[in-house]
Design a protein around this ligand. Sequence first.
Ligand code: PLP
Length: 431
Amino acid sequence: MEKKVEVIMYSHPIHDFQYKNGELYCEGVKVSAIVKKVGTPVYIYSYKTLVDHYRKIREAFKAVDPIICFAMKANSNIALLSALVKEGAGFDIVSGGELKKARLVKADMKRIAFASVGKTEEEIFDAVNAGILLFNVESRPELNNINRIAGKMRKKVQVALRINPDIDVPTHDKINTGSLKKKFGIDLKTARDIFLGQKEFKNLRINGVHIHIGSQIIKGEPFLVAIEKALAFIDELERDGVKVEFFDIGGGLGIVYKDETPQTAKEYADKVLPLLKGRTFRLLMEPGRFIAGNAGIFVTRKLYLKDNGVKKFMIVDAGMNDLVRPSMYGSYHEIIPVKKVGGKKVHCDVVGPICESGDIFAHDRDMENVKDGELLAVLSAGAYGYVMSSNYNVRPRSAEVMVKGRQWAVVQERETFKDLIKGAKVPGFLK
Ligand SMILES: Cc1ncc(COP(=O)(O)O)c(C=O)c1O
């Protein structure tokens, strides 16, 4: 049985999207008023929810003053990034593009960690040039490459090795990164050999340990297992004379999509902090979803209700190109009307217009029976939403809006057809 919308909305004080007199608001602004100006589909972010979630982590861990590197892959809208920079956040980046965005929003380069299993020569060069805090390195060949490039640039570069703790992580297979069956990290034996033989890398200071075991992990246990394994690894290194100056515990904290009861930042900190007592390394964290996930909704318009005699389909004007999580991971997102209608619900799939059976937002859901043309809000869409959108079916990417109190602004314009064909050419030999 699905939970009723009202229960979901009010039992988890997770965000600042609330009904007032049957109308959905983001903070002090009517969602329908935004749509009137901007159209659909549109992502709408609450500044307050975003910043509150960042502060929750900062507060919970304040005893060790960690460097909180927001995982930019979760949401790289520059308004959102600027808001986090003002709060003191750094970034976990995974590409040259993310580095450029970090510079654009004037992030402190000494709060930037660069992960990814496949950094290119150009990306490494740019990151060394920018003076980032450290590279999180995932293989020996990559280490060789960074060492060579740093040498050419006459720079000494700090490196953390991302170790793969090889543990079971209870989350979706596609976002599980903590096992050796996945491409991520370095096995403990190789990592240890690298630390002990680091003289070979003249232009590197290999002085950090990094883990990231996966995403949308709602209980503390797997984190603790991984952290304890990493700490034992660090202890062994220190016994052998290697000084570990940074310990990056990654991201992965789960959020509420349906009826989960994920650990809070405080519960997480209460479990992790005792393990860190007496340690001298600087702690880094890379939360993405926890900070941005519940800070965003995605608004789409119902087009039609189709009944093929076997099943009903609520067809909306957004597709998997706009929000791919349900198609890609089978993820659940609550979908509620922007104006409540009440009355008898309709049992249906909520689907987009794209030519794929996987173009779906909800399976077998009891939906409020809104009229054609009415608006629906897909909740908890602030992380891995817009950033994963595409132009599949020649569909322009949606607009993004940020709300702060009673103010709001478009923070990413909707793409136009002109944007979509930029750089496209029919060659002379076809003419
Ligand atoms: C290395 C690394 N750090 C942090 C994150 C952020 O994860 P989450 O959004 O679950 O906090 C990811 C996500 O894939 C990641 O790969």
